[in-house]
Design a protein around this ligand. Structure first.
Ligand SMILES: Cc1cc2nc3c(=O)[nH]c(=O)nc-3n(C[C@H](O)[C@H](O)[C@H](O)COP(=O)(O)OP(=O)(O)OC[C@H]3O[C@@H](n4cnc5c(N)ncnc54)[C@H](O)[C@@H]3O)c2cc1C
Length: 396
């Protein structure tokens, strides 16, 4: 095998230049300050700037330094709790409306991609692999009994037929979600950046907001380049993934893996939780390689050319949250599925900042649940991942 050097830059950034560092001076006063230049922040900024509110977006790193340039690019219906569990909590009407937000998010991204945004949108669907025979039976049952008005186009694929979807015997059959799609994450980011700029927003990178203080008529944000006064502030910082049909693949394990072919069909983009606490991309490679080789023994000795990690914003109720707290707007917590959710809810929070009725969502006003002894450091993460991994191993 030829020696090679692995890159820790996401594959998507290989041939795409992010904008050069912005040298522009900061305005001292704006109507709207957005903190975080990812999908959420850029999407919200487009709304407020286009409506005539002077809007500044600041990011501590490059534009898209967080998840938005480094995700797996998979687009799916992304409201995690089932209709029935939401119904038990919120009643049927609100549960239905929350689930519809998930469909609206995908529809919004689809409409952007079809009309205005060049992000390599591919509607090839997703094969959802069953990790055990029991998972397969549950999946097939769920596909046959979808809640009315919330139906997705799903085909059940038996283990005997799964070679039509994936060249592996690893799964016990699965389901094809025909409406799922994929994007090039970085091209989507750059397109949303272009839309924010065209709408009239300023976007300044490498400028961290260190603190936000309330003032008589809004807030002041402290940055190394000076103080910015803003009437409204939005936190969009969040939490800082040779297959026959070109589909995205996910499976039913708790500690999820996800993969898909690259647009040129030459590579596999393979992602998953490799370590109990992921910090060093290179340290994750042996385990990811092992996970991939279990599914595709034929790929045991292929070269891994790129490896990267990122921080996902996960909430205790597995729902996204948006709204206002102590006068500061926030929009985050997509639980690893912000490719459709972040542009959509970013637009909605931008509309809420404008006081527009169409900015209202079924998630407004939901309590933001926490856990005892949680003060910002997720001490429970490593033991939870370990426990979930054990349950997966046992097939429970
Ligand atoms: C490896 C990986 C794979 C993923 N795969 C998928 C997938 O296939 N499909 C899917 O739907 N989702 C996926 N996700 C999740 C998805 O990428 C995110 O949900 C989405 O990008 C969130 O966008 P955002 O704009 O809210 O946050 P981000 O893109 O994370 O943006 C937050 C920004 O805030 C900035 N910031 C933080 N603090 C400050 C500060 N003090 N001052 C200024 N700026 C600050 C950060 O630098 C960052 O740029 C994945 C995530 C990761 C990490």
């Amino acid at each position: 095998m030829m020696p090679y050097k692995m890159s820790v830059t996401p594959l998507w950034m290989q041939n795409v230049a992010l904008p050069p560092p912005s040298a522009q001076p900061l305005p001292s006063r704006v109507d709207v300050l957005v903190i975080g230049a990812g999908y959420t922040g850029l999407s919200a900024a487009r709304e407020t700037a286009e409506a005539g509110r002077s809007t500044l977006v600041l990011d501590v790193g490059e534009v898209g330094a967080g998840c938005s340039s480094r995700n797996g690019g998979q687009v799916t219906y992304s409201i995690k709790p089932s209709f029935n569990s939401l119904k038990a909590k919120f009643g049927a009407d609100r549960a239905f409306r929350i689930c519809r937000e998930g469909f609206d998010a995908v529809a919004y991204l689809r409409s952007l991609a079809r009309q205005q945004v060049d992000c390599d949108w591919r509607e090839d669907g997703c094969f959802f692999g069953a990790h055990t025979a029991r998972h397969f039976r549950q999946m097939a049952r769920a596909a046959e009994h979808q809640p009315r008005g919330l139906e997705q186009k799903i085909s059940v694929v038996s283990k005997a037929d799964q070679h039509g979807e994936i060249a592996s015997d690893f799964y016990h059959g699965g389901c094809v979600y025909h409406d799922d799609a994929s994007v090039d994450p970085t091209r989507l980011l750059l397109a949303l950046l272009r839309r924010a700029l065209d709408g009239g927003a300023w976007v300044v990178d490498r400028c961290p907001v260190g603190a936000i203080k309330p003032t008589r008529d809004g807030f002041e944000a402290l940055t190394p380049r000076g103080v910015v006064h803003a009437r409204q502030v939005l936190l969009a910082t969040n939490g800082y993934s040779g297959l026959p049909r070109g589909r995205n693949i996910v499976d039913s394990r708790r500690v999820v893996v996800y993969f898909r072919p690259s647009a040129d069909g030459e590579r596999i983009i393979f992602g998953g939780r490799a370590a109990l606490a992921e910090k060093d991309p290179l340290a994750c490679v042996p385990r990811l390689r092992q996970m991939m080789a279990r599914i595709f023994p034929q790929l045991k000795s292929v070269c891994v050319t790129h490896a990267w990690v990122g921080w996902v914003g996960y909430t205790f109720d597995t729902l996204p949250h948006l709204g206002q707290h102590d006068g500061i707007y926030y929009c985050m917590g997509y639980c690893g599925q912000g490719v459709p959710l972040a542009p959509y809810f970013g637009k909605r929070i931008g509309q809420q900042m404008l006081g527009l009725e169409e900015g209202r969502t079924a998630l407004d006003g939901l309590p933001f649940p926490s856990r005892p002894y949680y003060h910002g450091k997720p001490w429970f993460l490593a033991p939870s991942v370990f426990a979930y991994r054990m349950l997966d191993v046992l097939g429970l």
